[in-house]
Design a protein around this ligand. Structure first.
Ligand code: GDP
Ligand code: MG
Length: 637
């Protein structure tokens, strides 16, 4: 049977802690100060044997308005809520605030418990029930059972247990196949045992001996022991209250708000995109650029708010918002959160994380809003993954980043990618190479073809576009391996031809007019005659007088075709390169090796030409440098 957490909520002194003790025999007010003051300050924990035999974890929250922060840390992990209302007082301010918080966190199931039924008469009890029913209209508790109880007399407790059992039976299980995640609510040291952290496992499972990440500080730790409901176990699962004894960390390195997660499953972030809803009773509009208190998991953060859709959000409104954090935080797509005003502190709204690793967007930007809408609408993990790929644009997403983006397991990620590939929604990617969405891929193909067409139009004498220039014309974030694969695919599709670092459209050929051919011949002759000491093109061009521009273009064309060869800053005629290779081959065959001085003498040139030429030969794998000498690379003619 799946595991779940029952949590309390409600105004201070309405009998939450008393109720839990009556049900379980456990006093959740474990701090001395709590016992002295008779008031809960911190979260309290217990476990409850339901009549069906099922064991549920219990989180008891403080009701006092000063400790809403602690209540928030407990609320995130609740599956079934017991909204506790004292029959003699009815709904009070923190009853409402807790209800608001649970609504914002999208709590699904709950029971209203009318405590202190012994303090009121039947008639009053009826009235309170009616009032409560009216006030809960429109909330997740609108159809919830209302059960009156009395702790001192025990009245209603049995019925409550049965009701809890029934509601738990209808509550969907948490996803144990997802990557393990446990927001830490306590950490302490047990002498001779080391650091222990506790929390509600909200996803996945964890095994003894496993290495986990502590986030956002990214510390690796090993799980030495696991305890659930006071018993040592080998595996803990989503929906359980868990204590983990960790090695590799000290207590001061882990605290409430941190997250223990499956190794490599999550990446800290400093910018997130969310859908935010302001409560109708929020006292002020949400201002752009201000700081707010954000509660997610067991953590409290102080991000800056950037409204993406409109310049101001009024109470009751919803909108897309970006939060930017001073320090790394950790969250997953789909996480719910609550915000409170910075000072004075009121719960003002909450929402859902749409993008845990957001870019700093342009604001009030239609395209960004469209993307966020798509993320919000994505109904399942495949649709979400597709939207993530689409949003990543030309940078793409690696399998690992996708896994972190979805906070899932490597196996699940591989399956998602296979399915997207099957649906032809993913093109390219694999290993550390980013996957690209099909639409992005198609667009890149068009960009390449477009860039080449454009190049040919403006440079009709060039054989094609230098590969690096083409690369630079494409988005900077395109991964080198994806650029290569794209070119290969376009070549296979006979759209482009890539040769000698020059890329052209298939079918494109340079045709020289007689005049141009004449210039080409003259340039070739100049460089052939230049031999091993060729001229600088800047000195050659003036000889062409008014045709110098054209000669310049034809010069590049000859470099493209390989008639002229670039060697560092120099240019040699192709026949001269061949001649130099023969000289080198013959000499080394006779003497075993060759120095720069020997080569210089043989070619009757100077160091200025001899050194770059030999270095070029090393680079193309023709010769190899050994100390100050050159030898031939094996079997090279
Ligand atoms: P919490 O702040 O909601 O946790 O409230 P507590 O459980 O600490 O209870 C506050 C006070 O109400 C205590 O003095 C309890 O003894 C009292 N109390 C709780 N439940 C009942 C009840 O059913 N009947 C009566 N008469 N008193 C109750
Ligand atoms: Mg209490």
């Amino acid at each position: 049977m799946s595991h779940l957490i029952i949590g309390t909520a409600g105004h201070v002194d309405h009998g939450k802690t008393t109720l839990i003790r009556a049900l379980t025999g456990i006093n959740t007010d474990r701090l001395k100060e709590e016992q002295e003051r008779g008031m809960s300050i911190e979260l309290g924990f217990a476990h409850f044997h339901l009549p069906s035999g099922r064991v549920a974890g219990i989180v008891d929250v403080p009701g006092h308005e000063r400790f809403v922060k602690n209540m928030l840390a407990g609320a995130a992990g609740m599956d079934v809520v017991l909204l506790v209302i004292a029959a003699d007082e009815g709904i009070m301010p923190q009853t409402r605030e807790h209800l608001d918080i649970l609504q914002l966190l999208e709590a699904k199931k709950g029971i209203v418990v009318l405590t202190k039924a012994d303090l009121v008469d039947e008639e009053w009890l009826e009235l309170v029930q009616e009032d409560v029913r009216t006030q809960l209209a429109g909330t997740f508790l609108k159809d919830a059972p209302i059960v009156p109880v009395s702790a001192p007399t025990g009245k209603g407790l049995k019925e409550l247990s049965l009701t809890i059992d029934a509601v738990c039976a209808e509550t969907p299980a948490r996803d144990a196949s997802a990557a393990f995640r446990l927001p830490v609510d306590r950490s302490f040291i047990i002498e001779g045992f080391g650091a222990v952290v506790t929390g509600t496992a909200i996803a996945g499972r964890v095994h003894v001996g496993e290495t986990v990440d502590i986030l956002p500080q990214q510390i690796e730790a090993r799980v030495r022991h696991i305890e659930v409901h006071g018993k040592e176990v080998e595996v803990a699962e989503a929906g359980q209250r868990v204590a983990l004894n960790l090695s590799g960390v000290s207590r001061s390195e882990v605290q409430r708000g941190d997250v223990v997660a499956a190794r490599g499953s999550m990446q800290p972030t400093k910018v997130i995109d969310v859908k935010l809803r302001l409560l109708p009773n929020a006292k002020l509009p949400l201002k752009d650029g201000g700081q707010t208190r954000l509660y997610l998991g067991t953590a409290e953060y102080l991000p800056y708010t950037f409204l993406l859709e409109k310049r101001e959000m009024k109470p009751g409104e919803t909108g897309y918002v970006q939060f930017r954090f001073d320090a790394p935080m950790v969250c997953a797509r789909g996480d719910r959160f609550v915000i409170r005003s910075y000072s004075p502190m009121f719960t003002i709204g909450g929402g859902i994380v749409l993008e845990p690793h957001a870019r700093k967007h342009r604001r009030f930007h239609a395209e960004t809003i469209r993307e966020l809408k798509a993320l919000e609408a994505a109904s399942d993990v495949l649709a979400t993954a597709e939207t993530v790929l689409q949003r990543a644009g030309t940078a793409g997403v690696t399998a690992n980043a996708l896994r972190q983006s979805l906070a899932t397991t490597p196996e699940a990620t591989a399956q998602i990618l296979r399915e997207l590939e099957r649906q032809n929604l993913v093109r390219l990617g694999g290993g550390a190479t980013p996957y690209l969405h099909r639409a992005v891929y198609d667009d890149l193909c068009q960009q390449i073809v477009g860039a080449l067409d454009n190049f040919h139009r403006t440079n009709p004498l060039r054989q094609g576009m230098p590969r690096e220039q083409l690369r630079a014309a494409l988005p900077k974030d395109l991964h080198a391996a994806n650029f290569d694969t794209l070119l290969g695919a376009l070549q296979a599709a006979q759209q482009v031809i890539a040769e000698r670092d020059i890329v052209r459209r298939a079918g494109f050929v340079v045709t020289f007019t007689d005049e141009q051919q004449h210039i080409a011949d003259r340039l070739e002759r100049t460089y052939r005659d230049g031999g091993f000491s060729p001229p600088d093109i800047r000195d050659v061009l003036p000889q062409f007088g008014p045709q110098r521009e054209l000669a310049n273009a034809i010069f590049y064309s000859l470099v493209d075709t390989g008639k002229l060869v670039r060697v560092a800053d120099l240019v040699f005629h192709e026949s001269v390169i061949e001649r130099a290779k023969r000289v080198v081959t013959d000499y080394i065959r006779q003497h075993g090796k060759m120095t720069v001085a020997e080569f210089r003498n043989l070619t009757d040139s100077s160091r200025k030409y001899a050194v770059p030429l030999l270095e070029y030969f090393d680079k193309i794998g023709f010769t190899r440098r050994v100390g100050d000498e050159r030898v031939l690379r094996e079997q090279r003619e």
